[in-house]
Every structure is written in C-alpha cells, then in structure tokens.
Design a protein around this ligand. Structure first.
Ligand SMILES: *[C@@H]1O[C@H](CO)[C@@H](O)[C@H](O)[C@H]1NC(C)=O
Ligand SMILES: *[C@@H]1O[C@H](CO)[C@@H](O)[C@H](O)[C@H]1NC(C)=O
Ligand SMILES: *[C@@H]1O[C@H](CO)[C@@H](O)[C@H](O)[C@H]1NC(C)=O
Length: 396
C-alpha cells in the first residue's frame, strides 16, 4: 500500500515538474545550447535556464525575455545580500545605436541608477547577449559567491534614453519581478516584497478609498442636491447628507492613513501624482468637515449664500479629485480588469441617477414656481419658497 502511494506521489510530482518546466524547455537556443534546468518566471514573459557545476561552484545561465521591444534594455540579477533592486548584481543587455546588443554587468546601488557598467561582487567570466526574433537572451557564467547556491533574483526591462538605460515602468509586472532561485534544487519562489501582506495592505487601501472618496462622497452630495427638493424630505436630507459624508470621511481617513503607511514602506517607489492628489483631497475634505461644523452661518444669515457656494464648490472638487485618484490607484495596483469595470459601472449608475434626479428637480422647481405665480399675489415670495433656492437652508 505504502509503495503504491509512493509511486502515485512520484507520478504526480513528476507530472507537476514536467508541466511546470514544459514551456521553457521547448525553446531552442541559436547556439543549440542545452541547459539542465529551466523555469518560467511568473511575470514579464521571462525564463531562466541554467546548468550548475558542483565541482567548481559555477553556473551557466541563459536568461530569456520573450517578446521585448528591440529598443528596450533587459536585465536579470542575483541579489546576494538583500532583496529587490538595491544590491542587485545585474547582467544587462543594452541595445546600442548601431543595432548591436551590448552585454555587461552592473552592480545596483541606488534607485536612481542608470545601470552603468561596473563589476559584480562575484566573478562573471562569460557574458554576451543576443536578440533573436524579438527574444532578448543574456548568456553568462557566474562564479557563485561563498559556495552558496540559493539567492534572491530580480529581472526587469525598460526604455533607453541617450544610449543609457532609464527608469522602468511601475506596472504590477515590474513590481512583481522578483523572487528566489535555488540552482541546485531548481526551485524558484515568486514575489516576496509584493506578495502576502503588502499586497493585502494595498488592496485594503484601494477598497477603503474607492468606497469612501469614490462612492460614498458622491452619494452624499447627491443626497444634498436632490433630496431637498422634496418637501417631505425636510429635514431628513440634511441629516442623511451629514451621516453619509461623516461616514465617507471616517473611512476615507482610514484609507488615507493606509496610503501614508504604504508610501513610507515602499522605499524607492513613488507615485507622485497619486500621493499629491491624495494629500490635497485629505486637506480639502478635512476643511469641508471642520468648516461645516464650526463656520456655517445660520440659514437666514446674509453670508449664507456665499457659504453655500463655497461648500458646494469645494465638495465637487473633492469628489472630482477622489474619483481621479481612485482611477490612478487602480492603474497602480493593476488588479483584474473586473474591478475597474465594476467601479466604472458604479459611477455610470450614479451618473444616470443624478441625471434623472436633476431633470426631475428642475421639473418640480419650475412647476412650483408656476403654481405659486398663480396662487400668490405677484411679488410676494414667489422664489423664496420653491424649496430649492432657500428652502434647503432651514435645517442647517
Ligand atoms: C510559452 O512560451 C511561448 C514562446 O516563448 C510564449 O509565447 C507563451 O506565452 C508561453 N506560455 C506560458 C504559459 O508561459
Ligand atoms: C566548471 O566545471 C565545468 C565542468 O564541471 C566546466 O565545464 C567549466 O568550464 C568550469 N568552469 C570554470 C569557470 O572553471
Ligand atoms: C556598436 O556600438 C558599440 C558601442 O556603442 C560597440 O561596442 C560595437 O562594437 C559596435 N558594433 C558594431 C558592429 O559596430
């Protein structure tokens, strides 16, 4: 019984290994090189092939990035002492203006690097690169340092400007191109920095902010604009508006806090406009809440009209910035398309409801004016009681 289970387990395992390695092993190199092991890396269409020589602790590798534009630089690196970009001991393939592909090594010391040529912390006796049918392949021999065989790895590609590599994009493919590699066992691990808790926190940040600034706040504004036209909704609309915006603001502050924390934890990664909009948004939102509680003039105050204009304009600005930033965040987080579609769906629904209510509001206001003209002697409060111009100030 035990033997049969063992056998089944072996078959399962070998199936798994074969199917995992299948894609990259079907590739034939231009020099017909054969490697003992290959793995397809999880992002950026990349594959790593290698043969490890235990006798002298070297490994022959081929890193292949499939379907990369000929104008882009490509790099693959081991990070011996750290993780991610800083400390990466990189092999770089850089297209030069005469059409040839230069291969060299670069030790990365800062986020502003242009991948200048420099020696690595371990020997690289052989390095060359080629572009074959849109696949960039870097061939190298590495003298693995300190007898180690397991490392963090990172790989990347990006644009070239003035003949030198410039900063790569920040899409999820670029942020998730790191992991581990063990040259003996052949096992590679994905992620690390963006896996697990960081990704979870990014998602939490996204959901909190999309719901608060991106959905609840526009709904709260619609309550203020459209419910107050109904006489029966007095004074309820005001309290619903306050409750809606207070909830949105509370959740929004939590979302904002998670954003600040993410920013301080993601050293070297800056989303300047997303951050600046977020800060502006938070400042304006706070101003709205504080001023609404402390400074709002009484309904019959002569400055009340200015307050109304101010409060509505800042409110609309907050909503516009909020929605903009949700989209910016969606582009950064780059989740499955359905989330963006869902958010667009919510916005369209709110827009349609707002359009209908806007038309309805005008209809009611105009009808009331007409009735009042007929009932009330002319020049007597015809506009003060239309429920829209002044009437909504009664509660506030
Ligand atoms: C397999 O390799 C081919 C050619 O390199 C590539 O186009 C395809 O996307 C790969 N498939 C998977 C599942 O990695
Ligand atoms: C390491 O050993 C392998 C065979 O075991 C040999 O083919 C290779 O040339 C050696 N590499 C170096 C850099 O000495
Ligand atoms: C192309 O330019 C690079 C430097 O930019 C040089 O090293 C290389 O030899 C050149 N190749 C040809 C074929 O001219």
């Amino acid at each position: 019984m035990g033997k049969i289970l063992n056998l089944l387990f072996c078959i399962l395992l070998s199936n798994f290994i074969i199917s995992y390695a299948q894609n990259c092993s079907s590739y034939s190199f231009t020099n017909n090189a054969i490697y003992a092991t290959c793995v397809s890396l999880p992002v950026q269409n990349s594959h790593l092939y290698w043969t490890y020589h235990p006798t002298n602790g070297t490994v022959d590798i081929a890193y292949r990035h499939a379907g990369v534009p000929a104008s882009q630089w490509v790099a693959w690196a081991l990070n011996v002492d750290g993780r991610g970009m800083i400390g990466a001991q990189a092999l770089v393939a850089l297209p030069s203006s005469n059409g040839s592909l230069q291969a060299y090594t670069s030790s990365v010391t800062g986020y502003g690097t242009t991948l200048q040529q420099s020696s690595l912390s371990f020997g690289v006796p052989v390095i060359r690169a080629e572009n074959s049918n849109g696949d960039v392949v870097i061939y190298a021999t590495l003298v693995l340092p300190g007898g180690r065989t397991s490392f963090n790895q990172v790989w990347q590609s990006g644009p070239v400007s003035n003949g030198a590599p410039s900063a790569h994009a920040m899409a999820s493919e670029n942020r998730n191109s790191l992991g581990t590699v063990d040259f003996v066992s052949g096992v590679t691990g994905a992620g690390g920095a963006v896996g697990g808790s960081l990704l979870h926190r990014r998602n939490t940040h996204g959901v909190l902010n999309a719901v608060s600034w991106g959905i609840l706040m526009p709904m709260g504004a619609m309550v203020a604009r459209y419910l107050k036209v109904f006489k029966v909704a007095h004074p309820a609309w005001f309290y619903i508006h306050v409750a809606c915006q207070a909830t949105a603001y509370g959740v929004g502050v939590a979302g904002w806090g998670t954003g600040l924390k993410l920013g301080s934890d993601s050293e070297g990664i800056e989303y300047t406009s997303h951050r600046n909009i977020g800060i502006t948004l938070f400042a304006l939102g706070t101003l709205q809440v504080v001023f609404a509680l402390l400074l709002r003039p009484k309904p019959d105050h002569k400055y009340r009209i200015y307050w109304n204009i101010y409060h509505a304009s800042v409110g609309y600005a907050v909503i516009a910035l909020g929605i903009t930033n949700v989209f910016k965040g969606l582009d950064i987080l780059d989740p499955e398309k359905k989330w963006k579609h869902a958010y667009i769906g919510v916005l369209i629904s709110l827009g349609v409801i707002a359009a209908i209510l806007e038309a309805f509001t005008w209809f009611i206001v105009l009808t009331r004016k007409k009735e009042e003209k007929q009932q009330v002697p002319p020049g007597n409060g015809a506009y003060a009681s239309n429920g829209y111009g002044h009437g909504h100030n009664q509660e506030a």
